[in-house]
Design a binder for this molecule. Structure first.
Ligand SMILES: C[S@@+](CC[C@H](N)C(=O)[O-])C[C@H]1O[C@@H](n2cnc3c(N)ncnc32)[C@H](O)[C@@H]1O
Length: 266
């Protein structure tokens, strides 16, 4: 771009052109959602949402911690006008991008910023995640997902989010959530040096790779994580689909995947 030198550096990513012409996909320099192929991972999860949790085109969907649209973009080609997508995140830049690039083309896709504190992602946030009430009414969504979000949240925050998920899910609605689960197999692989993530620091109810910035990466004991679901009104639908993050030979995805349904009153 010949005019590039006149554009302030911070705004340049907005003018970067993509080879495939899809201007909803952010340039690499703007993405903060981790390594890996942005497009492939979004397509992979759309398949998991459909095959593991029964997502349908007419569903109302909530993406908690929606980042910069990695999961929303492939859903634009799947959800029908009868369905809808709502995403919120604590990083303003991701919400601004998605609101500018996705909503004008797909008005049933909504993005909202939440000023929730997270030491790693939003250290100036004003609301504690353990107190945050999702900005939606009860029983509103058919399907809720969190991809690589509880891998950055401490136990009190995770528990409140699971309660909120149960509140805003319709009876019979489903959620799909990724984790890094500490169990005998993953602990053995970590000890053997096979894991990408070295969860050797045990904190209060979780493991981290960085005790000074614990929310950079958090693993939960598998049994403790599944108990949280139960306590919060969500029934886990086995099996847990284990991931390759710790060096497993057999896996479905990179992180571990848990599917659960909203428990109906007895
Ligand atoms: C690794 S990124 C994943 C983003 C997105 N889910 C995806 O898969 O592309 C982790 C995301 O979690 C978000 N996050 C962390 N704590 C959060 C919280 N308490 N509420 C909502 N989002 C949160 C971060 O802002 C960040 O966008």
């Amino acid at each position: 771009m010949r005019l590039k030198k006149f554009i302030p550096k911070i705004l340049r990513p907005l003018f970067e052109e993509r080879d495939d012409g899809n201007d909803m996909i952010p340039p690499k320099s703007m993405s903060f959602v981790g390594k890996g192929d942005f497009v492939k991972i979004g397509l992979e999860f759309r398949r998991h949402f459909i095959e593991l949790a029964g997502l349908r085109p007419e569903h109302r969907v909530l993406d908690v911690g929606c980042g910069i649209g990695r999961m929303a973009i492939p859903l634009t080609e799947y959800l029908s006008p009868a369905g809808g997508y709502w995403g919120f995140d604590i990083v303003r830049q991701g919400i601004d991008w998605c609101s500018a690039r996705i909503t004008p083309k797909f008005p049933n896709f909504h993005f909202q910023h939440s000023d929730v504190y997270n030491k790693h992602y939003n250290p100036d946030g004003q609301v504690r995640a353990c107190d945050y009430r999702f900005p939606f009414e009860d029983d509103f969504f058919d399907f809720i997902f969190l991809t690589s979000v509880f891998t950055h949240m401490v136990p009190a925050d995770l528990e409140n989010y699971l309660r909120e998920i149960a509140r805003v899910l319709k009876p019979g609605g489903k959620c799909l959530i990724t984790f890094l689960l500490h169990n005998d197999e993953s602990a053995g692989l970590i000890r053997a040096g096979r894991s990408d993530l070295d969860f050797v620091h045990e904190m209060d109810g979780y493991f981290t790779t960085k005790p000074h910035d614990p929310e950079a990466a958090i693993a939960y004991d598998e049994n403790a994580a599944l108990l949280f679901f139960d306590r919060c009104g969500l029934a886990v639908e086995p099996p847990v689909r284990y991931g390759s993050w710790c060096g497993r030979a057999q896996y479905l995805s990179y992180q571990d995947i848990v599917v659960a349904g909203k428990r109906t009153a007895a």
